[in-house]
Ligand binder design. Structure first.
Ligand SMILES: Cc1cc2nc3c(=O)[nH]c(=O)nc-3n(C[C@H](O)[C@H](O)[C@H](O)COP(=O)(O)OP(=O)(O)OC[C@H]3O[C@@H](n4cnc5c(N)ncnc54)[C@H](O)[C@@H]3O)c2cc1C
Length: 393
């Protein structure tokens, strides 16, 4: 085991931290200004500054304008970017674009890369990933996919109803998961299509009102009425949709953990500062054991989470599926981040609840992390199934 961080990664972490502290955090308070969060001019200026500072897209290969880091190397870099909810957006490594770029890089044809991946990598457009459907469609259970795509000559025609499609309003294109083989049930016979947003039949019904702050393009409900796409719109192979989803979700779950650890670490620092400066009952809060232990528990959980993320990233880099490890990591980090934010608010008392500090905003935003990319209960089910199967063997 080698826990050292390579020099080029350490140097990058320092520069990302500096950028987030001096460029991103000062504009955080503007994040409620529009329904996309930051005002458009602030958003574009931040991104231009990140490009000029050579911090753009650490996860992408250099030929796509990125910094070419491995998944393991991304762990501290994404945490540094994630110290603000807007850091990853500024660096073009936020969800859902980051996961979509990964998927397109792995499976898109040269023509698809030129049309969709290059502009996305350059930050000229945004994208969305449309899998989840309102009940009774697919949610936690992938086999419940109801959106269909039927072949019609050289085209496919998609009908369906999606929601929670993050970023769909204003995205240049959607990756749409649809069932292409009506005769197969369960987790086969599905395909991912790349659909330009202006394709007739794609209707953005609404941005779903939700807890947590604004995000570019919102979280949308989308109707698909006879959306007609050429056969060249298939991403990867017809029928391979679920294996592509797994290829996207494995690393994407880890990168979510990396970014959210940045917010949780910052919350711990804010709570520590408050506890060190504020007094009650004749001493600083930090000298009360109940408060000190909350700080210790948060630091310990974040440390454990980082090690779990690094280990799962290392397994994925070796070509292993690491289903159990990525599920364990997702459950643990999502819950540790939520506990850390909860403790930070508790330590800061009324100030923690107020909007004078960013803790309450982060607390609201982080709650969804225990649900998206697999609810904690579903990941526990995956882990338990694996353990029980191994016991049977
Ligand atoms: C902020 C946000 C952004 C999202 N972005 C996207 C996106 O960009 N694209 C996309 O396709 N989807 C997106 N989603 C959807 C997300 O992936 C789903 O919400 C998630 O998969 C859960 O599905 P569901 O909401 O239908 O919950 P359900 O399937 O209705 O489950 C509800 C609850 O039931 C429990 N449960 C389910 N199965 C089990 C089980 N086996 N054992 C025990 N308990 C269980 C869990 O507690 C779960 O939370 C997003 C969701 C949110 C909140």
């Amino acid at each position: 085991m080698d826990f050292s961080t390579p020099a080029h990664v350490r140097e990058l972490v320092t520069r990302v931290e500096h950028f987030v502290r001096h460029e991103v955090i000062p504009v955080e308070t503007l994040s409620g200004a529009t329904e996309d969060g930051l005002p458009a001019d602030v958003f574009h200026t931040l991104r231009a500054k990140a490009q000029a500072a050579r911090l753009w897209a650490p996860q992408l290969p250099p030929e796509l304008g990125g910094l070419g880091l491995s998944l393991s190397e991304l762990v501290p870099v994404f945490e540094a970017a994630g110290r603000s909810l807007w850091g990853p957006v500024a660096l073009n490594c936020a969800a859902p674009d980051e996961g979509n770029m990964h998927l397109l890089h792995l499976y898109a044809t040269e023509e698809q890369k030129a049309q969709y991946l290059l502009p996305l990598a350059a930050g000229r457009v945004r994208s969305a990933f449309a899998m989840t459907e309102p009940p009774p469609g697919v949610g936690s259970d992938p086999s419940m996919l109801r959106t269909t795509a039927r072949r019609d000559g050289d085209h496919w025609v998609i009908d369906g109803h999606k929601w929670w499609t993050t970023g769909a309003d204003g995205a240049a294109f959607l990756l749409i998961m649809a069932r292409t083989d009506a005769n197969t049930a369960g987790q086969s016979g599905a395909t991912i299509f790349i659909a330009p947003s202006e394709t007739p039949g794609i209707e953005i019904v609404r941005r779903i009102p939700h807890m947590g702050g604004s995000t570019p393009g919102g979280h949308c409900e989308v109707r698909l009425h006879e959306v007609r796409l050429p056969a060249s719109s298939v991403l990867g192979q017809v029928g391979a949709g679920f294996s592509l989803v797994q290829a996207r979700l494995g690393p994407a779950r880890l990168t979510h953990c990396m970014r959210w650890t940045g917010i949780a670490q910052r919350a711990l620092e804010i709570a520590t500062q408050y506890a060190a400066e504020r007094s009650a009952f004749g001493k600083h809060l930090s000298e009360h054991q109940a408060v000190a232990w909350m700080l210790a528990d948060s630091a310990t959980e974040l440390h454990a989470g980082r090690l779990m993320v690094s280990h799962a990233a290392w397994l994925l880099e070796r070509g292993e599926k690491a289903r159990r490890e990525t599920s364990m990591t997702k459950v643990f980090v999502a819950e540790a981040v939520n506990r850390t934010l909860d403790r930070a608010i508790q330590i800061c008392g009324g100030t923690g609840i107020s909007r004078d500090l960013p803790l309450s905003e982060w607390y609201e935003a982080a709650r969804a992390f225990r649900i998206y990319d697999g609810a904690s209960e579903v990941h526990r089910m995956v882990i338990a199934r694996d353990i029980i199967k191994q016991y049977g063997e």
